[in-house]
Design a protein around this ligand. Structure first.
Ligand code: LFR
Length: 489
């Protein structure tokens, strides 16, 4: 049985999953999981990239100690948009910034003085959002130009990590599509935008196709870990592209929801959809594992709850899903709603307070207890997902019959049930480990073990179980939705 290492690194934790394929089924075992949080220091949010690298090597060591020392290859997927800068001698120039950095908004303002948001969308197919690489990069140009002057190569996070293991420099297609610097529908950087922003086009390492073997682990790594060289594969570097690859979507009436810190909702399309409705409703087009696109909307996900937990833990309250579920069940429904994507929730100092102030300002009952806060968050999220799916139906002209939810956040069964209720659609939840399975799929295809994504989806269906959620009675949901919409439109 052949084995591969799938590193799936998210914005709250990273993990190494060992994946095996016996010719019929895929098998997965979690080897190691580690926390990954942005670090706030000197007025900026950074990623501790060397700690991530160290944790990844530790994970490999654990795998080897468990007797899994013969692996064919490794692949790395991460969250989107962030990057590291290298000098012309290949050294990492600084800690990569996190997309939560407040200075990005400034970068965005400056760019929009030069190119309109509508033009950016038309040229790249990507929604204007302050987190995007383009704005971060322009922000650095404004407030830390010396860094850019020194920079020779920009590598996006999964390729930066792959570089530390293999020495190979390239930017894989799916992760490149999150930058808003890629020409819509093409596999090349949008030169005109780079020119207008006076960013040298050759700063961005060349784009490489997904599903290619890019190299192998460096001798220094092999020596340190006492292992044979392992192939390094360009899987879909973007975690969302990996997750979508692993969801058993059956027809064009199924939508995907990749659920974690963010929740990405959309459908696969052959070519970017850049209509005015898509633009007005904040949809975006990012790349899929098979060189096509995902027409999707990026939404707030578990970040709201994760940040409330930080506050509760600070107050000495320990919390887990079981406890939260009990509190949720006991609290009354539809008391107060927030617009989960309001910018005030992006990086607030105190998420609990921020939610309370929002409710106060909008003249709704203020959620006081933990149960009330959790209910306000989960119901508002589900309502927002319903809003998105209604618009997705308008964009594609197809009625959505089924929602495929995957990713860590589907462990929150309330989120899945509320999504079914709010949308009045069947929800098929699973697999939880969609991203790392999609990562392994990329490796199996590159290694020639699986032919294509269609075959891979069939194998996933046989290998991992899913859970079905059916919508509850609709009347009160419909009424509540009318109230909710008021806060998003
Ligand atoms: C999800 C994700 C989203 C992207 C966000 C920030 O983990 O990759 O697709 O919008 O992180 O990069």
């Amino acid at each position: 049985m052949k084995r591969v290492w799938a590193f799936d690194i998210g914005a709250s934790n990273g993990r190494l999953m060992l994946n095996a394929f016996d010719g019929e089924k895929m098998h997965q075992e979690e080897i190691y999981r580690f926390s990954n949080q942005p670090v706030y220091v000197t007025g900026n949010y950074y990623w501790d990239i060397l700690n991530i690298f160290t944790e990844m090597k530790k994970a490999m060591q654990i795998s080897i100690q468990k007797g899994y020392n013969k692996v064919e290859s490794m692949g790395i997927d991460t969250w989107g948009v962030d990057f590291g800068l290298l000098s012309n001698t290949g050294e990492l120039l600084a800690n990569p910034y996190s997309y939560r950095n407040t200075k990005n908004a400034e970068g965005m303002e400056r760019v929009l003085e030069k190119i309109s948001s509508a033009e950016l969308f038309a040229r790249t197919g990507v929604e204007t959002a302050s987190i995007n690489t383009i704005f971060q990069l322009y922000g650095i140009k404004q407030y830390y130009p010396e860094l850019l002057d020194k920079a020779d190569t920009l590598l996006l996070t999964p390729n930066l990590l792959a570089y530390l293991f293999s020495g190979e420099k390239n930017n894989e297609f799916t992760i490149s599509s999150t930058t808003q610097l890629l020409a819509a529908g093409e596999m090349k950087w949008e030169k005109l935008i780079l020119e207008v922003l006076e960013i040298p086009a050759d700063l961005l390492a060349p784009i490489k196709k997904t599903l290619t073997i890019v190299g192998e682990t460096l001798p220094s790594i092999n020596n340190e870990l006492q292992m044979d060289p392992v192939k390094v594969i360009n899987v879909a570097g973007h975690d969302t592209a990996c997750a979508v690859a692993a969801l058993p979507l059956e027809d064009d009436q199924s939508v995907f929801m990749s659920c974690g810190t963010w929740v990405l909702i959309g459908v696969p399309v052959d070519y970017p959809v850049t209509t005015s409705d898509a633009y007005d409703w904040g949809f975006t087009n990012e790349a899929t594992i098979d060189g096509k696109y995902r027409l999707q909307k990026n939404n707030m996900g578990m970040w709201l709850l994760q940040q409330c937990r930080v506050i509760w833990e600070r107050e000495g309250i320990s919390t887990d899903f079981e406890k939260e579920n009990m509190l949720f069940q006991k609290s009354a429904s539809f008391r107060s709603f927030i617009n989960p994507d309001d910018s005030r929730f992006f990086s607030p100092e105190n998420m609990v307070k921020e939610i309370q102030v929002y409710c106060q300002e909008t003249a709704q009952p203020v959620p006081e207890t933990r149960g009330e806060i959790i209910r306000c968050i989960l119901e508002s999220l589900a309502m927002k997902y319903c809003w998105v799916i209604k618009r997705l139906e308008k964009l594609t002209g197809k009625r959505v019959t089924r929602i495929h939810m995957g990713g860590g956040a589907i462990r929150n069964t309330n989120l899945c049930q509320l999504t079914a209720d709010a949308t009045n659609r069947e929800v098929v939840a699973g697999p939880v480990e969609a991203s790392s399975i999609g990562n392994a799929i990329g490796q199996w295809i590159a290694l020639g073990e699986i032919q294509n994504i269609q075959e891979a989806r069939k194998i996933v269906k046989h290998s991992f179980s899913v859970k079905h959620y059916h919508p509850a009675a609709q009347l009160e949901w419909k009424e509540a939705y009318q109230r909710f919409v008021h806060y998003v439109e």
